[in-house]
Design a binder for this molecule. Structure first.
Ligand code: NAD
Length: 418
């Protein structure tokens, strides 16, 4: 029987683990371990064959003490309330770690977008947006893309919300197409940020990124872009995967051919790509490599398989890929783990830039966005490393001390109403 993993308990345990490092009222700590608002909607969508299907969607607004709620929307069969609550909480810590004026939220619809037509997806998106429209808005809660949601889905959200309001409201969502107020650099932001943080960590811990053997789980927005940027920096991508499995070559993959095959067939086909062999996602996690980038789903490293990891560094491009039990095993093995709330924050940082540009009706250049992104990630990385050294704790705990500490402080300053 596979382990049943409670993502929310994991997320709450992570806060408990750092509580002793914060001088915070216990009541406030309890408050920030639960979400402010949890919305479930059941709504109909007309399918192409004329039938009506009922879908369930969620929007969890964890915390908005430091600014509007912010977080992605996921379309996946496994979307549920428990995991959405955990993902919303992680967004709150992430925006606090990188010190941008947002809180945290997450949403999703339980569906299988791979089995739906574009028309069905559009109707589902528009109705879901309508259902949650009383609770979102540019100064309230700003959704963004996540697993299996794209700039096109963001355009449908923006259009539906704008029709409800009777005017164009670009700032209601980020990750939009450029033509609709999207930001330059948003598409690459998360994968690029993953590589910026990885490069800083290599420097800090005396590892060379050039020539490093990297295995990447996931090849979507985060994994695919990270692979490209790692390759450009001279790292050797030895493995990459998608939901159906992966490919491997210990001397480095023919990455361009592999991504081209994935784009054309929506899978990696070793016989067509050449110079590589098929591997499973479980084998990929246990490969002999220097850096393992997790860029697919949550809870992939657990008590059952963490002991098999051979990488020297793990980079969490995905949200919540490591359970607390797995984390302990990795720490004991001396593996450096770059935590999700720092490593994949590039996306929400450029989402913040997109939102600022929308509100001010400005357009920033790609260079401006790129250098601001780099500055924020480098500053945040340095802050986390300093806490890690001062308190002699792993990077995840250091990031939590920084992020949770900022949110708790903001709560104390605002006080309890009434
Ligand atoms: P995506 O939809 O573009 O790609 C998802 C990837 O995961 C695909 O390659 C898919 O094949 C793979 N995948 C799905 N199920 C899998 C399975 N069971 N085993 C192995 N691989 C599987 O999504 P994305 O935006 O790249 O998101 C990936 C992760 O990064 C998610 O955890 C997401 O929450 C996180 N994240 C995304 C962003 C962003 O800006 N897109 C920002 C921060 C964090």
């Amino acid at each position: 029987m596979p382990e049943v993993i409670d993502s929310l308990k994991n997320a709450q345990r992570q806060v408990d683990m750092i509580a002793k490092y914060l001088k915070v009222d216990e009541g406030i700590l309890e408050k920030i371990k639960v979400s402010r608002r949890e919305i479930t909607v059941n709504f109909p969508t007309k399918m192409d064959d004329g039938t009506v299907k009922i879908f369930t969607g969620y929007r969890v607004q964890h915390n908005d003490t430091r600014g509007p709620f912010k977080g992605g929307i996921r379309y996946h069969p496994d979307v549920d309330m428990n995991e959405t609550k955990a993902l919303a909480m992680w967004m709150t810590w992430k925006t606090a770690v990188v010190n941008i004026p947002f809180g945290g939220a997450k949403g999703g619809v339980q569906c299988n977008p791979k089995e739906m037509s574009e028309g069905e997806l559009e109707r589902l998106t528009r109705r879901f947006t309508w259902e949650i429209s009383p609770f979102i808005g540019p100064d309230v809660d700003i959704p963004a893309p996540d697993v299996y949601t794209t700039p096109k889905v963001m355009a449908w959200i923006m259009d539906t919300y704008s029709i409800i309001k009777g005017r164009a409201v670009t700032g209601v969502v980020t990750g939009k197409p450029l033509e609709l107020g999207g930001s330059l650099g948003r598409f690459e932001a998360t994968g690029k940020g993953v590589v910026i943080v990885t490069a800083k960590a290599c420097q800090e811990y005396g590892m060379a990124l050039e020539g490093a053997r990297v295995a990447i789980q996931g090849s979507g927005n985060v994994g695919g872009v990270a692979a490209d940027y790692l390759n450009r920096r001279g790292a050797k991508v030895v493995a990459i995967s998608d939901s159906k499995g992966g490919i491997f070559n210990s001397n480095g993959l023919p990455l361009e051919k592999a991504m081209d095959c994935k784009a054309r067939h929506d899978r990696f086909m070793p016989e067509e790509i050449g110079d590589c062999e098929a591997i499973t996602n479980q084998e990929l996690l246990a490969l002999d490599c220097d850096i393992l980038v997790l860029a697919a789903l949550g809870n992939v490293l657990t008590a059952e398989n963490a002991g098999a990891v051979r990488a020297k560094m793990i980079v969490e491009g995905a949200n919540g890929p490591t359970t607390t039990e797995a984390d302990e095993i990795l720490n004991d093995k001396g593996i450096i783990v770059l935590p999700d709330i720092l490593a994949n924050a590039g996306g929400v940082i450029v989402s913040y830039f997109e939102w600022v540009q929308n509100l001010q009706e400005l357009l920033w250049s790609e260079e401006e966005i790129s250098s601001r992104l780099e500055n924020i990630l480098e500053r945040s990385f340095n802050e986390v490393v300093t806490i890690s050294k001062d308190k002699k704790v792993p990077l995840r705990m250091a990031a939590y001390i920084l992020g949770v500490g900022r949110v708790a402080k903001a709560h104390e300053l605002r006080g309890i109403y009434p």
